[in-house]
Design a protein around this ligand. Structure first.
Ligand code: GLA
Length: 682
């Protein structure tokens, strides 16, 4: 039977499947754009010679490989009905074309499941979006222990994978692994996205192409790359389910989180450009468009739990003077919250600290010309709280097991409607009664003892539902996703939020690599980047104000220190960077971002397009060379000349070809210094 070749093109990518009505579509190609009309030279089904000691039935990589019937790689589904129907194989497939993609409707008549895999290739973003819906067509419960969001092919020259690990205060630690014939796997079971294991990776190939994938999910996840008999590799990614977590009743369906995947002949920078565009399309802004990202002030590191109304008002005045536009009152404002041992769950204003409520401070902030924002941590509860005393059963627990504390807190069971209703009302009353236009939404611990039957998945869905409900009731309010810094940075939660708090580590040297990892997957306008105090609270290291401000400049800029304690020079330097940020933010936050390394502790990033670029050059340690390295800027147009402008230096004109091949000569730089260039094509 002749197959149908199903092809999707975007400007930079192509995907091709070989589809037949009686099996899962075979992956024929996913990679940089092929010309229109290119088809595989021959079908793959039954054309490959049979190797020795092999099944007569050949099983090439499909979009839904399953175990038991001739596939020996990773299975997209692990499921059984009390031990039966553990082997699945698609027996019927129908391809339904949709606007920018295809839905493969599949069924296994023997194991009695139906599977629909929706794949879109967005022309504006060059990103594939995959998700899988599984329906139990049998008469008994189908217990699912894994269902992939997507299963992707990687070419035979895929050589390295970069993933990201870390911990609180140290997010986006790059982990570089060679791809061999051994299996490569990253898995997170902390119950939220985690600091420790970002749900995505970048694969680079010998020919310079790169492939990227990230899961739009704020819970447990896993990804595996495995070598295949034909030399290609299989990259499978999905939610990591706990035992018994997904039991589908007859007729019941489950749909996976979406997997975003892209590839680029231009390497990792091409991948991030696609991801940035994809993330931008997933976001919903108040009034439909992103307004220029306001300069933040966050009270946390300047004040911690020490809320003194007069001091906080003085802070607002000092903030307005340096040009700050949004004032976020962090942890410590609610009843009895003097440290991290109590009160989470009791979202009423502390009358000792705020005898007339929050309105006097909020008014003062708004009257000073700034927006007012408030910190909340809705999913959390301290055992020492009125809420816990009234509803101990609302905290996630396993009967007979101890409650494991972390930062003295427990996690509310977000699958319970009464919990979500309580939290909605608790937050909504402040949004209704105060001029609040921003919520910083925190989540300061991992999930453990997540219910007598595991509730990791329903926890994530419950949080999303609460966020969506608050967004719909208060559409003008923006939300920041925070989890002890960068513990909830992912393409799932961004559909409900507008900014990530990238890390609790505001040390500018640490931030350089954290931000570089972040920018691989997320665009700069959602990267919360603050100027912290000196010495940095998380590391004790000291950096100058211009360096701290320069490192924070390209993201969503903010300040997190007691402005009243700065020297006049520091205040002036900070105000100058704020003014510069305001002048540049529209250029920093709308175009493309390229990142590169020059060696000798110099890294760079360029924002914009081939006509106009902002180039930010960062030196993180003193040079070891007599002369500074050149920066090769291979994104400029080699056919044009560029004018380069930098503060304190005369403009110079250089050929694009020279910048791309020989590189930009750098002036002498201090051990910790940021230079900003503007490049304009002539
Ligand atoms: C987390 C956040 C911080 C701050 C504190 C408040 O650690 O990442 O920015 O909001 O909680 O307790």
């Amino acid at each position: 039977m002749q197959p149908e070749f199903v092809t999707l093109h975007s400007p930079a990518c192509t995907a091709i499947w070989e589809a037949r009505p009686d099996e899962a579509p075979l992956w024929r190609y996913w990679g940089p754009r092929l010309p229109d009309g290119v088809v595989p030279p021959a079908p793959l089904r039954d054309t490959r010679p049979e190797p020795s000691f092999s099944l007569h039935f050949d099983q090439p990589l499909s979009i839904f490989p399953t175990m038991g019937m001739g596939w020996f790689g990773q299975s997209a589904l692990m499921a059984s009905r009390a031990g039966q129907d553990w082997a699945q194989q698609i027996t019927a497939t129908r391809a339904e074309k949709i606007a920018d993609g295809v839905i493969f409707h599949m069924a296994d008549d023997v194991a009695r499941i139906s599977v629909a895999i929706t794949i879109r290739l967005n022309s504006a973003t060059d990103t594939l979006t995959l998700s899988t819906t599984l329906t139990n067509m049998g008469d008994d419960v189908l217990e699912v222990s894994f269902l992939a969001s997507g299963n992707l092919p990687l070419p035979a020259d895929s050589a390295h994978v970069r993933s990201y690990g870390g911990r609180h205060n140290s997010e986006f630690v790059a982990i570089d692994d060679a791809l061999t014939r051994s299996q490569w796997r990253r898995e997170n079971r902390r119950g939220l996205t985690s600091h420790d294991c970002f749900p995505g990776a970048i694969v680079s190939c010998a020919d310079g192409a790169a492939y990227g994938a990230q899961l739009a999910w704020s819970g447990n996840h896993l990804q595996t790359i495995e070598w295949l008999d034909d030399g290609r590799r299989q990259w499978i990614m999905g939610e990591a389910l706990a035992p018994g977590e997904m039991r589908l009743a007859p007729g019941q369906s489950m749909t996976t989180p979406e997997l975003l995947a892209t590839c680029s002949a231009d390497g990792a920078n091409g991948v991030s450009w696609a991801f940035h565009r994809a993330i931008r399309t997933r976001m919903t802004w108040p009034d439909g468009v992103m307004k220029p990202r306001p300069v933040h002030l966050n009270t946390w590191e300047g004040f911690y739990f020490d809320h003194d109304l007069d001091a906080l008002k003085e802070l607002a005045e000092a903030a307005a003077r340096v040009g700050i536009e949004r004032y976020v009152l962090d942890d410590g404002w609610f009843k009895g919250r003097d440290d991290d041992t109590s009160s989470l769950g009791d979202w009423v204003v502390d009358a000792r600290k705020y005898p007339d409520g929050l309105m006097p401070l909020a008014r003062h902030v708004v009257d000073s010309g700034m927006e007012f924002g408030l910190w909340v941590e809705p999913e959390m509860i301290n055992p020492d709280s009125d809420l816990y005393r009234a509803h101990p059963d609302w905290a996630l627990h396993i009967g007979g097991r101890p409650l494991l504390g972390a930062r003295n807190q427990l996690v509310l069971d977000m699958s319970l409607p009464q919990v979500r209703d309580y939290l909605f009302d608790a937050v909504a009353q402040h949004l209704r009664n105060l001029p609040i236009s921003y919520l910083k939404w925190d989540h300061n611990r991992d999930l453990t003892h997540a219910g007598n039957s595991a509730k990791f998945r329903s926890q994530v869905l419950g949080s999303y539902e609460l966020m969506a409900r608050l967004r719909s009731a208060f559409p003008d309010v923006e939300i920041e996703s925070c989890a002890g810094g960068g513990g909830r940075i992912d393409a799932g939660v961004i559909a409900h939020t507008h900014r990530f708090w990238t890390s609790d580590c505001i040390d500018a040297i640490s931030r350089v690599s954290i931000q570089r990892g972040f920018l691989q997957f997320m665009p700069p306008e959602v990267m919360g980047s603050h100027v912290g105090a000196c010495p940095a609270h998380s590391t004790g290291r000291m950096q100058s104000m211009p360096f701290r401000a320069g490192v924070a400049l390209p993201g969503h800029f903010g300040v997190e220190l007691d402005l009243r304690k700065l020297t006049q020079t520091e205040t002036d330097d900070l105000a100058a960077t704020i003014a510069r940020y305001k002048a540049l933010r529209n250029r920093l936050h709308h175009g493309r971002v390229w990142q590169g390394e020059a060696g000798d502790s110099v890294v760079w990033q360029a924002h914009g397009d081939e006509d106009q670029l902002l180039l930010i050059v960062t030196r993180t340690a003193p040079t070891t060379m007599r002369h500074q390295p050149h920066l090769r800027l291979d994104m400029v147009d080699p056919a044009r000349r560029y004018r380069l402008m930098r503060d304190g230096a005369a403009p110079v004109d250089m050929d694009g070809a020279w910048l791309a091949r020989m590189g930009l000569p750098l002036p002498p730089m201090k051990g910790e210094e940021v230079l900003v260039y503007e490049l304009a094509a002539r």
